[in-house]
Design a protein around this ligand. Structure first.
Ligand code: LMR
Length: 392
C-alpha cells in the first residue's frame, strides 16, 4: 500500500469558505470571500459580449479536435495589444501561449524559470495564498519581503531591496495591478523605481496580471508591467482573463515571455510547450475561443470594454461608500478609497472574523481579506453595522 501513507490535508481555506457560505441558510448572509465580481444585485453574470461570442462559437465551430499545448494562438495574439500596448518597444521579443487560468500561467512561469536554472523566487507578503503554494509544490525556494507598510502604503524600500539583493538565479514575482489580497498597488513613480532597479539587477521579473481593467483602467493597470518590460532583457508575464472577461470556471489564461532577442523565443517556447504537455497537455479551449471572437469584432470589443468600465466604476463606488464609514475602532476604512481592484484586508483578529461569520453571516477570508465587489446597496449598511458590532 502506498496511498494510505498520505496524511489528511486541510482544504484550501478560500475554497472551503465557498462551501460554508453556500450551506448558511440565513437570508441576509454576505459573501466577501472568493474573488469574483458581483453586480449591485449580487450576481456574477456572463458578459454580454461573451454570450454573443459563445452563440457564434456554437454556430461556427466545426471541430473540437486538438489544438496543441500552446492552445488558441489567435486568442493569445489578440490579447497582446491590450496587455503590451499598440506599439510596444519590445515588439518582436514577446510570444505567448494559452494556459488553464492565471494559476496555470503562474505555475508554468515558475516551472520554466526553475528549468532554466532559477533557484529562488522573491515574493512580497501577504500575497495570493496560491503563489506560495505553487512555489512549495514546484518546489523552489521562496524569499519573502513585506509588500506593504504598517500605515497601509506599498513598501517600496522592501521591494527595491529584494530586487537589488537578488542574484543570478533569482526571480522576483510581483502583482501587476489590483494587489491580491491588499488592494495596495505601487504608484507609477514607484513602478519607475522598480523598473530602474530591475534594469541593474540580474533577477528575472515574473509579473502576475490577473485583474487588468478592474483597477484604474486597462492601460493604467498595465503601466508597471510595461515599465518593467521596457527596462529588462527578459521577463515572464502571467495573465488571466478569468476576472476581466468573467470566465472564472472556464479557466482562461496565458503566459507570455519577453526574450532578449527574437531568436531566443523559439527555444524558450519549446520548453514551455514541453512543460505544458507534461502538466495538462493542452488548455481548455472554449473560453479562450470566445475571447478571440470578442476581440476580432469591434462591436463585441466595445461591449466588453463598456462592461469592464462599469464594473470598475461600481468597485470604485463601493470603495467610496466604505471609506465614508471612516474609522471603526482600529479599522481605518478610508484606506479602501486609496486601494485598487477587488480586494482589501481589514485589520481584524481571527476572533472578530469568526464572530462576523457566526453572529452576522459575513463570510471573509481568515486573513481579513474582503472581496469589495461582494458589497452592494442591499448589504453595505449591514456590513458596516456588523463591523461596528465586532470592532467598534
Ligand atoms: C481569489 O483570490 O479569490 C481568486 O483569485 C480565486 C482563487 O483562485 O483563489
Amino acid at each position: 500500500m502506498i496511498l494510505d501513507t498520505l496524511p489528511q490535508q486541510s482544504p484550501d481555506a478560500l475554497l472551503a469558505l465557498i462551501k460554508m457560505y453556500a450551506a448558511d441558510e440565513r437570508a441576509d448572509k454576505i459573501d466577501l470571500g472568493v474573488g469574483v465580481y458581483r453586480t449591485d444585485d449580487g450576481a456574477t453574470p456572463v458578459f454580454s459580449a461573451i454570450k454573443a461570442a459563445e452563440a457564434q462559437l456554437v454556430e461556427e465551430q466545426d471541430s473540437k479536435s486538438y489544438l496543441g499545448p500552446e492552445g488558441d494562438t489567435g486568442f493569445v495574439n489578440a490579447l497582446m495589444p491590450y496587455i503590451f500596448g499598440k506599439n510596444p518597444s519590445m515588439a518582436g521579443r514577446i510570444e505567448g501561449m494559452q494556459t488553464p487560468g492565471g494559476t496555470g500561467a503562474v505555475r508554468l512561469a515558475i516551472a520554466v524559470a526553475k528549468k532554466a536554472g532559477a533557484n529562488r523566487v522573491h515574493l512580497g507578503t501577504p500575497s495570493w495564498p496560491n503563489h506560495a503554494q505553487i512555489l512549495s509544490d514546484i518546489p523552489i525556494d521562496a524569499v519573502f519581503f513585506d509588500h506593504s507598510t504598517a500605515d497601509g502604503t506599498a513598501d517600496i524600500d522592501k521591494v527595491l531591496t529584494a530586487i537589488n539583493s537578488a542574484a543570478k538565479g533569482d526571480a522576483v514575482l510581483l502583482h501587476g495591478c489590483c494587489h491580491n489580497p491588499t488592494g495596495i498597488d505601487y504608484s507609477n513613480e514607484q513602478w519607475d523605481a522598480i523598473a530602474d532597479a530591475f534594469s541593474r539587477s540580474e533577477a528575472l521579473p515574473i509579473l502576475d496580471l490577473a485583474y487588468q481593467g478592474l483597477g484604474s483602467g486597462l492601460e493604467e493597470d498595465a503601466y508597471g508591467m510595461r515599465r518593467v518590460l521596457g527596462a529588462v532583457p527578459e521577463a515572464l508575464i502571467a495573465y488571466s482573463c478569468d476576472k476581466n472577461f468573467g470566465l472564472y470556471r472556464d479557466r482562461v489564461g496565458a503566459l507570455y515571455v519577453l526574450a532578449e532577442k527574437p531568436e531566443q523565443l523559439g527555444p524558450i517556447m519549446s520548453n514551455l510547450n514541453a512543460l505544458a504537455r507534461a502538466s495538462w497537455s493542452m488548455p481548455p479551449d472554449h473560453g479562450a475561443a470566445a475571447v478571440r471572437l470578442v476581440l476580432r469584432d469591434e462591436k463585441l470589443t466595445q461591449s466588453w470594454l463598456d462592461e469592464l468600465a462599469s464594473m470598475r466604476a461600481r468597485i470604485a463606488d463601493v470603495r467610496a461608500q466604505m471609506a465614508a464609514a471612516g474609522q471603526i475602532g482600529n479599522l481605518d476604512l478610508t484606506a479602501l478609497a486609496r486601494q485598487h481592484g477587488l480586494f482589501s484586508v481589514l485589520n481584524l483578529s481571527k476572533e472578530q472574523i469568526d464572530r462576523l461569520r457566526a453572529d452576522h453571516a459575513v463570510y471573509m477570508a481568515g486573513s481579513g481579506r474582503i472581496n469589495v465587489a461582494g458589497l452592494h446597496s442591499g448589504n453595505i449598511a449591514n456590513f458596516v453595522n456588523a463591523l461596528k458590532a465586532v470592532a467598534g
